[in-house]
Design a protein around this ligand. Structure first.
Ligand code: ADP
Ligand code: MG
Length: 256
């Protein structure tokens, strides 16, 4: 191939965004020559690799935008440590059917029992399936809504959260919420209701939500919509963080 033609081809591939084909075509062409590989097979190898690269890019893009605090998978979860979590149910939910049905998942329990871990692992699964996901703490979400409300951009902001097929709201109940905050939070929950999925983690049982939101009526309305189409996990086990700390200490004692 003439040098000039080669350069034009590279340029055209670049313009078309076929960067993987661009990286591969010359080497693959040599291989095809040497091994008598048919043209169509050569082309299909290039296109297949371009498809794989495109999928990878889109997954990485989703992962970056999801803003997970850490990446932990369902496989990394030790169900034997937390036997009151229904492993079968978690595994069946990881097919993400609940996202298509706009159902919610609620993890309620004390600190360290794996609520955030499990929420993140569903989020990871969603990203792998190219489902747009956002992980946000309840405090960050409410602060964001308060700012939007002050800037007269509340409608757009709520719309943004509503359109997300999976919104993970972490640590509801860690910090009390003002009446205005509770109202804005309710708006997000009610807009997403039967429309798109929410995963929530909370260290507080429903009976305490009136105190979290400083308003029993709004708390009841929030619980009502969240729970209606939901999978509820009440976790009562021990803290894995404490277990890890104790394991560390025991090791240190053994080594002495
Ligand atoms: P929570 O959100 O309930 O406070 P996390 O999900 O943040 O707890 O868990 C605390 C830490 O312990 C994380 O590093 C998490 O990966 C780990 N962890 C919790 N439970 C388990 C478990 N059953 N198996 C493996 N790791 C766990
Ligand atoms: Mg947590």
């Amino acid at each position: 191939m003439k040098k000039e033609k080669y350069a034009i081809l590279k340029d055209n591939l670049k313009t078309l965004g076929l960067y993987r084909v661009n990286e591969m075509f010359a080497e693959e062409a040599e291989k095809a020559d040497a091994e008598n590989i048919p043209y169509i097979e050569y082309l299909s190898t290039l296109i297949e690799n371009q498809m794989i690269a495109k999928k990878e890019r889109s997954i990485n893009y989703r992962l970056k935008n999801a803003k997970f605090p850490f990446t932990k998978s369902i496989e990394a979860f030790d169900f034997s440590f937390q036997p009151n979590i229904d492993e079968k149910k978690i595994k069946s939910l990881s097919s993400l059917d609940f996202v298509n049905k706009a159902e919610n998942i609620l993890f309620i329990g004390p600190p360290g029992v794996g609520k955030t871990h499990l929420a993140v692992s569903f989020g990871l699964e969603a990203c792998k399936n190219r489902i747009r996901t956002l992980f946000i703490s309840a405090k960050e979400l409410i602060d964001d809504l308060l700012i939007a409300s002050n800037n007269n951009t509340l409608i757009q902001e709520i719309e943004k959260y509503t359109r997300l097929p999976m919104l993970i709201i972490d640590e509801l109940g860690f910090i009390p919420i003002s009446k205005e905050g509770a109202n804005l939070f309710y708006q997000v929950i009610s807009k997403k209701y039967e429309h798109s999925s929410i995963i929530i983690t909370s260290n507080k049982p429903f009976s305490d939500w009136g105190d979290i939101f400083n308003d029993d009526v709004i708390a009841a309305a929030i619980i009502d919509r969240l729970v209606h189409h939901s999978h509820l996990f009440m976790i009562t086990g021990r803290s894995y963080r404490v277990k890890e700390k104790l394991d560390e200490n025991n090791k240190a004692i053994d080594n002495n």
